[in-house]
Design a protein around this ligand. Structure first.
Ligand SMILES: NC(=O)c1ccc[n+]([C@@H]2O[C@H](COP(=O)([O-])OP(=O)(O)OC[C@H]3O[C@@H](n4cnc5c(N)ncnc54)[C@H](O)[C@@H]3O)[C@@H](O)[C@H]2O)c1
Ligand SMILES: [Zn+2]
Length: 453
C-alpha cells in the first residue's frame, strides 16, 4: 500500500476535502477548510475526499492508523514476582492500576514451543499459578516444517474454546521465530485483530523476529507467503532463555546480528570480530570466569545495538512500503535456498550464505577491498556460520533475483556493503559481475560435499 499524500489528492482532480468532527457522540463530515483543529473539540486525523462525476460519487478515505508497541528487556521474566509478562504491555497508568486492583482473575492464553515447554514448562506453570492467572498453555511442535496455516488454525480453535476478551487479554507466544510468527498471524486473524505478546527464546528471535511487525506461515512451498504486518502489543526479552539454545542456533542468530553490523554499524562488526566467539561459547550468559564482566558487557552491547539498528530501519517502514530496505540484505536468495534444502539449513545459515555471496558481489563491483572481504568472511567462519552451499547454484541466484524483480517494482534493489559497517542499495549490478562473483565465491569457499554439515 503506497503512501497517500493529501495534497496530491486535492490538486489532481476536483475533490472536496472533509474533516471528521465528533458531534454529540457521532462523527460528521465538515468542510476541512472550515475546521480549525486547534479549537474544535474532537477532530479525527482521518479525512474523506469526495468527488462527483456524471457516473456517481467517489469517496476517498484516508484513515491513518498508528501502531504503538513496546520492546522491553526484562531479566527473570518467569520469576513470579516479576509482573512484566502479565502487565508490561499496558501503557496507561490508570488502566494498569485498575487491572491490578480488579478482583477479576487475569486470563491468559499461552502458546509455547514444545521444546521450550519441556525446559521451562514447570517454571511457566508455577508463574501463572502463583499469580492466580486463569490460563491455558498450548505446547506445540512449532518447527519450520509445521509453519503452516493448519497450525495457525489449530491455535485459533483452542483460542476460540478458551474464549478471550480481545481488548484486554492478549495471547502470549513463547518460543523461537517460528512460534512467534505463527501465533502473530493467528492473533491478527482472530476477531480481525487480537493483541499478542512475543517472548523470544532463541537469539534470532530475540534480536529479529520480536522487534518488527511481521507475522507469517509458509504456503505453496514459499517462505512466509501468508502473513500480516501486525506488530505485537509488546515483546518481552529475557536473555536467560538463550542459555539452553543449542550452539548451532546461537550462530544462527549471530547471522542476523552480523547483517545489521555489515549494513550499518562498524562498532557492532568489530564487537563480533573480537567477542563473537566468546558470545557463542557463553551463549550470551555471564559465566563465572574472570571474563564475566566483559562477557556481560559484550552480550548486552551486541543485543542492544542489534535491536536499536533494527528498530531504526523498521519503525519508519513498518509495512515495508519503501522497497529500499537494508534489512533485506541476506534475504534475496536465502528464502529459495532455505525452502529448497529444508530442513538442513536454518534461517540464519541460509541468510549467511546469501550474505557471503553478496560480499563477493560487492568486491567484484569495487565496493569492498580484498582485505575487507576477507575480514567479513573470517568473521562469519569465526561465528561458525556456513559461507557456501552447493545448492546455492547460479540458477537459483538468477531465479531469486528475477522473482525479486517481479515483486519489487521492476528493480532488484540489492543492498550491498560498501566498506565495513555501511551499505547502499544497487539496482544495476550486471550479470557479468554476478557470474564472476559466483565463480570466485565457489573457487575460494566451496568445500567437498563429504565435508559439509
Ligand atoms: N517476523 C520476523 O520479522 C522474522 C524475522 C526473522 C526470522 N523470522 C522467522 O523466524 C524463524 C526462525 O526462528 P528461530 O531461529 O528462532 O527458529 P525456531 O523457532 O525454529 O527455533 C529454533 C529451535 O530452537 C528450539 N528452541 C527455541 N527456544 C529454545 C530454548 N530457549 N532452549 C532450547 N531450545 C529452544 C526450538 O524448539 C527449535 O527447535 C523463521 O521461520 C523465520 O522466517 C521472522
Ligand atoms: Zn531473516
Amino acid at each position: 500500500m503506497g503512501k497517500v499524500h493529501l495534497q496530491d489528492i486535492d490538486s489532481k482532480d476536483k475533490k472536496t476535502e472533509f474533516s471528521l468532527v465528533r458531534v454529540k457522540g457521532t462523527w460528521k463530515c465538515k468542510l476541512a477548510k472550515k475546521v480549525n483543529k486547534d479549537t474544535a473539540d474532537c477532530v479525527s486525523d482521518a479525512k474523506i475526499f469526495e468527488s462527483n462525476t456524471e457516473k456517481g460519487t467517489t469517496w476517498t478515505v484516508v484513515s491513518p492508523i498508528v501502531f504503538t508497541y513496546k520492546v522491553t528487556e526484562s531479566r527473570g521474566l518467569l520469576d513470579p514476582s516479576n509482573d512484566t509478562l502479565l502487565f508490561g504491555h499496558i501503557t496507561d497508568p490508570q488502566q494498569l492500576e485498575d487491572f491490578k486492583k480488579s478482583i477479576k482473575p487475569v486470563k491468559r492464553f499461552v502458546v509455547v514451543d514444545q521444546e521450550v515447554y519441556k525446559i521451562y514448562g514447570p517454571k511457566l506453570t508455577d508463574y501463572l499459578e502463583v499469580n492466580n492467572v486463569l490460563y491455558k498453555i498450548l505446547a506445540l511442535p512449532t518447527t519450520e516444517e509445521n509453519k503452516s496455516m493448519e497450525m495457525a488454525l489449530k491455535i485459533l480453535e483452542e483460542v476460540n474454546n478458551f474464549s478471550l476478551d480481545r481488548r484486554t487479554e492478549p495471547i502470549i507466544a513463547i518460543g523461537g521465530g517460528v512460534c512467534l510468527d505463527i501465533v502473530g498471524l493467528a492473533s491478527s486473524l482472530y476477531r480481525r485483530r487480537t493483541p499478542y505478546i512475543r517472548v523470544p527464546t532463541t537469539l534470532l528471535s530475540y534480536i529479529d523476529a520480536s522487534v518488527g511487525a511481521k507475522t507469517g506461515v509458509n504456503f505453496a512451498n514459499c517462505k512466509n507467503k501468508l502473513g500480516a504486518y501486525i506488530p505485537p502489543t509488546a515483546a518481552f526479552l529475557d536473555l536467560s532463555f538463550i542459555q539452553t539454545v543449542p550452539r548451532r542456533h546461537i550462530s544462527n542468530g549471530l547471522a542476523e546480528m552480523l547483517k545489521m553490523a555489515l549494513m550499518k554499524h562498524l562498532g557492532l562488526f568489530e564487537l563480533l570480530e573480537e567477542h563473537g566467539r566468546m558470545l557463542l561459547d557463553t551463549k550470551f550468559q555471564v559465566d563465572n570466569s574472570v571474563y564475566a564482566h566483559s562477557c556481560l558487557q559484550a552480550a548486552s552491547r551486541a543485543t542492544n545495538i542489534a535491536i536499536t539498528t533494527m528498530l531504526e530501519e523498521l519503525a519508519p517502514n513498518l509495512w515495508e512500503d519503501d522497497l529500499n530496505r537494508l534489512v533485506d540484505f541476506g534475504h534475496l536468495i536465502s528464502p529459495a535456498l532455505e525452502m529448497k534444502v529444508l530442513p538442513s539449513l536454518l534461517h540464519g545459515e541460509a541468510v549467511n550464505i546469501d550474505m557471503s555471496y553478496m560480499v563477493y558481489v560487492s568486491k567484484e563491483s569495487g565496493l569492498l577491498t580484498e582485505e575487507e572481504k576477507q575480514k567479513i568472511i573470517n568473521c562469519m567462519v569465526g561465528l561458525e556460520l556456513p559461507v557456501w552451499h552447493e545448492s546455492c547454484t547460479m540458477e537459483l541466484i538468477q531465479k531469486s533475483l528475477q522473482d525479486r524483480l517481479k515483486h519489487s517494482g521492476g528493480l532488484v534493489r540489492m543492498p550491498l556493503p560498501v566498506g565495513l559497517g555501511q551499505a547502499e542499495i544497487f539496482n544495476d549490478t550486471s550479470c557479468e559481475i554476478l557470474c564472476r562473483a559466483y565463480e570466485k565465491w565457489c573457487d575460494e569457499l566451496s568445500i567437498p560435499s563429504d565435508k559439509q554439515k
